[in-house]
Design a protein around this ligand. Structure first.
Ligand SMILES: Nc1nc2c(ncn2[C@@H]2O[C@H](COP(=O)(O)OP(=O)(O)O)[C@@H](O)[C@H]2O)c(=O)[nH]1
Ligand SMILES: [Mg+2]
Length: 313
């Protein structure tokens, strides 16, 4: 059993030593334990610091964003033969000493993905609004994924090789939510373990403020629904337009039956436009559903391709 712990880094020279302070040196049930960082064009001494800390694998290249870094890290770990890949952050937000617990459900073959639940409702430096939003965000993701994960935005995770061969992240930003929604839809087993986060070392680099976070997360969630549950979006839209359209339409019919021919044409026009919009929404839903089917087929062959590419022999 080989575990690779990876840390995506963007200028983390100050906090990386803290992350490695309590990093496990061995884990029960694990034969080989290695560390990896993905340096995303850091302009500080992140790479030198990582080398000093004994990081085995260092991927260093110009900036490409966190989503891409995660993707590259995973591919490298798979090609190195990792059975489990753990992801944690370079700002020491997550408790490195809990990594041994994080991987246990996968070693016991009870889970494919294990997520550290930060118990956001108890974090002191989170405002009440942020706590509420975290909760709402997680529940929307859970509905889309058909899962019950308390903390969908947590980046402290362990993934089995089996799950990584099946996951394909596309958006650069939201791979945290995307992986859950994909995993849920592929019926991979996801577990959570409660963790306590460390003290905040700095502000988030991913979002300048909470509104940016909300905007980007909402976009990611809507996109995920269109991709995985297209009928939820398009059938609702269609129903919305149908209800709005049927009222003026019936109004026209009613007056037409009263022999007021030629009157209330505006109602007929408005009703017709809305009913056409309803029909088009339904048709978009059908197209999105066909695309989804296609995606499933492509993902199946991608999984097969990855199995060959990362063959462990
Ligand atoms: N590769 C890469 N990593 C990044 C980037 N921005 C942040 N990170 C890393 O992603 C992790 C989380 O970033 P952080 O700023 O703590 O965001 P938070 O999740 O909102 O707290 C840390 O390990 C950062 O070093 C980026 O642009 N590229
Ligand atoms: Mg952070």
């Amino acid at each position: 059993m080989k575990v690779i712990i990876q840390v995506p880094c963007f200028n983390e020279e100050k906090t990386l030593p803290l992350v490695f302070e309590k990093m496990p040196k061995s884990i029960p049930g694990v034969d080989i334990l290695e560390y990896q960082i993905i340096d995303d064009g850091s302009t500080d001494k992140t790479v030198e610091v990582a080398k000093k800390l004994g990081v085995h694998h260092i991927i260093s290249r110009p900036w490409q964003g966190l989503g891409r870094s995660f993707h590259d890290g995973v591919n490298n770990a798979l090609s190195l033969g990792a059975d489990i890949v753990v992801n944690t952050d370079g700002d020491n937000q997550y408790p490195s000493e809990r990594i041994a617990d994080l991987v246990q459900p996968i070693i016991r073959r009870e889970a494919d993905i294990v997520i550290g639940d930060r118990q956001t409702q108890t974090i002191e430096h989170f405002s009440p609004l942020k706590k509420k939003l975290q909760k709402i965000g997680s529940s929307i993701v859970n509905v889309a994924a058909n899962t019950q994960i308390p903390d969908a935005a947590s980046g402290f995770r362990a993934y089995s090789r089996h799950s990584l061969l099946q996951l394909n992240t596309i958006t650069r930003f939201s791979y945290c939510m995307e992986t859950i929604i994909q995993a849920g839809n592929k019926q991979l087993a996801i577990q959570s373990i409660p963790i306590k986060t460390n003290r905040k070392t700095r502000e988030s680099r991913l979002f300048k403020n909470m509104w940016e976070h909300i905007g980007k997360s909402s976009m990611a969630i809507i996109r995920a629904y269109i991709m995985y549950r297209p009928y939820v979006i398009f059938a609702s839209l269609s129903l919305f337009f149908a209800v709005l359209g049927i009222i003026p339409f019936l109004r026209y019919v009613y007056f037409a039956l009263q022999h007021e021919q030629g009157a209330h044409l505006q109602s007929l026009l408005l009703g017709s436009v809305l009913l056409i919009a309803s029909f088009l929404s339904m048709m978009l839903g059908v197209l999105a559903d066909l695309t989804r089917t296609n995606r499933i087929l492509i993902e199946n062959s991608l999984e097969h391709l990855k199995e060959i590419r990362f063959d462990k022999k």
